[in-house]
Design a binder for this molecule. Sequence first.
Ligand code: ADP
Ligand code: MG
Length: 340
Amino acid sequence: DSQLNSNYNFENFVEGDSNRLARSAGKSVANRPGETSFNPFLVYGGVGLGKTHLAHAIGVEVKEKHPDKTVLYISAEVFSQQYQDAIRRKARIDFIHFYQLIDVLIIDDIQMLSGKTGTQEVFFHIFNYLHQNRKQVVLTSDKAPVDMQDIEARLLSRLKWGLTAEIQHPELETRINIIKNILYRDGVSMSEEVIQYIAENVTSNVRELEGSVISLMAQASFNHLEVNIDLAKTVVDKFVKNVKQELSVDLIQKTVADYFKIDLDVLKSKSRKREIAQARQLAMYFAKQYTKNSLASIGAQIGNRDHATVLHACKTVNNLIETDKEFKKYAEDIKIKLSM
Ligand code: ADP
Ligand code: MG
């Protein structure tokens, strides 16, 4: 069993500037596994941008075009667990032999091998064998090879033998096409206005884009409603807000410092200059709103203040928003920045 998910294929992997290189290299690899110079083929990029989808698509396409070839998809985490098991059962050699028989080996999320020296070593061994025998290796990672931590140098250097392709965040046009693709797949229609609204507001990654479209479809069908722009706004805004809960205190203070064009160090400093003190208070206020951190923890992270200072900041900001138009505008601008 190849462990492939046939729903993740090339047909429904929407092409765009953000993934064009990775997608087309992946196609070449699938057409001529082991025979191109893209070996290993490493795809990297942030969460939810389509690495796993593309990895499966390559395997699915190999199966279609080369039914005689053995393909295996496995996550690096499971690979590592299997290896630990094999060691325990004193079956290391069997483990290696099993992997040496594969024509197209796809390992997802190899950043998970970081620090696992035993697994790295056995993978190195298997990799060399497969590569020498012109078998194809496909890997994904959430980081570029240069940024990978605790991966052995000799393994990293092997990654450079082939092709490394990045999947980036999809641009607006690609986001629109991805939404249309989901709607088409599910036989649902939505107005251009609604599609545009979702694409403009859900910018984080493709997984969340999908999530927002699905919750919108679900809301509409559950309430027997048409998907109009008002429903879209309500559902999408709520969706984006929930995602926003994952903001960190650190990201919030950086965003605020950025907005006021002051150094993060200055924001955290003891300075009582009005603009700086207000920026600091806004950072505390948003940290309280958007993170689950305690007042004490927020204070500790924003210039080593105590919980009473943070509480006071929240009250001050609430007052200023009500009384000071200019300040209110700052707060609104920052809120928008934080929701992107
Ligand atoms: P990653 O492995 O990079 O975290 P996934 O491959 O799991 O991301 O993708 C997350 C979701 O987004 C999946 O449901 C996937 O099908 C979808 N997806 C990602 N990129 C695309 C794309 N270009 N076209 C269509 N769907 C995509
Ligand atoms: Mg993945």
